[in-house]
Ligand binder design. Structure first.
Ligand SMILES: [Zn+2]
Ligand SMILES: [Zn+2]
Length: 336
């Protein structure tokens, strides 16, 4: 199966945490956390539509300025999500600059900033041309389900404890449509953008009896959607990617993280300290590599990437990696 999302950590495990998630079939990306993103190309950054920030410790939010700098003067709506106080954190960043010339910009750049609370979300919009000064009060709405939903995927969150509220995130594809290229060729068709429309039709629950038009090369053919799906597609369970950065090892966090990350294809989880230093980890509200691995195993994830290593272990990253993987495989065995 070719995955729809291609997550990659922007920096090495000792550098700022940030997970960039481009979409395979669209010029679009999501990003979890906004640490130093200078190694991400402008082309990649401009694909970002939604930003999910775990918390605003500097190493997780310093990339905001680079993002803002690149989007200024462009037509774009950028959606940002973060924990309690996120709106004032963003406003504080915006207040650090002078905006006297932006009203002349012909393009429309808008920031939609949402704060996650236990039972509600609070959203404030900022229009660049209005010097980012909101024209109305923030809007509150009840919150129970996913944080963000599209027909093909959703992003879920839980509020975790890092001495301050800190969000964990999980991206879940509803189902995965595998295209059988040989079957496409057998029908005399070429692969192309029509396949994205075809998948969209499946995600949108279009009736299997409806007509679906394929524009392939110079030819145009009409199919019955259900028939075409039977011939060229296999539906399997969707991809799931989870991201946990900066949490203390507590019963409540454990329960929430395991539930959020359950059966993920790939879990990215902080592993700041070695287990021999677990007292320091606890004081700093971080995980040890062993704890991170244990959580990954209990959540039954298929792949584990520990990251966000403390600088005290520079040159010894392999020890953190080994400790996490050992605990993961052990917990996975006990789980089965
Ligand atoms: Zn951190
Ligand atoms: Zn932190």
């Amino acid at each position: 199966m070719r995955p729809s999302f291609l997550p990659r950590l922007v920096n090495g495990p000792f550098d700022d945490p940030t997970l960039f998630i481009p979409f395979l079939y669209e010029k679009r990306a999501l990003i979890f956390d906004l640490g130093d993103i200078f190694s991400l190309s402008a082309r990649d950054i401009l694909k970002i539509s939604h930003v999910f920030v775990t918390h605003t410790h500097m190493d997780h939010f310093i990339g905001f300025d680079r993002l803002l700098r690149l989007f200024l003067g462009r037509n774009h709506s950028l959606y940002m999500y973060g924990p309690e106080n996120f709106i004032s954190n963003v406003e504080g960043k915006l207040a650090g600059y002078s905006w006297n010339l932006v009203e002349n910009y012909s393009n429309m750049f808008v920031l939609h900033v949402t704060e996650v609370h236990d039972d509600h979300l609070k959203t404030q919009d900022y229009i660049c041309r209005d010097r980012f000064i909101p024209s109305s009060k923030a809007v509150e709405h009840p919150f129970a389900g996913p944080l963000y939903t599209k027909p093909s995927f959703s992003v879920f969150t839980r509020i975790l404890d890092h001495s301050i509220p800190c969000l964990g995130f999980s991206l879940k594809e509803r189902f995965h449509v595998n295209i059988m290229k040989d079957a496409v060729v057998e029908l005399g068709l070429e692969t192309g953008p029509w396949l994205t429309e075809f998948k969209q039709a499946l995600f949108d629950h279009q009736s299997p009896d409806s007509e679906f038009e394929v524009k392939s090369g110079k030819q145009q053919k009409t199919f019955i959607l259900g028939d075409l799906a039977m011939k060229i597609a296999r539906v399997t369970s969707g991809q799931k990617i989870s991201y946990i950065a900066d949490v203390v090892y507590s019963e409540s966090n454990l329960e929430k993280v395991i539930e959020l990350a359950k059966d993920s294809d790939h879990l990215f989880i902080e592993a700041s300290f070695l287990d021999k230093d677990k007292d320091i980890a606890e004081k700093k509200y971080h995980l040890t590599a062993r704890q991170a691995g244990f959580i990954a195993g209990k959540a039954n994830v298929k792949q584990l990437t520990p990251f966000h290593f403390s600088p005290r272990y520079q040159g010894k990253g392999h020890l953190l990696e080994q400790e996490a993987q050992k605990a993961y495989h052990h917990a996975l065995k006990c789980h089965v």
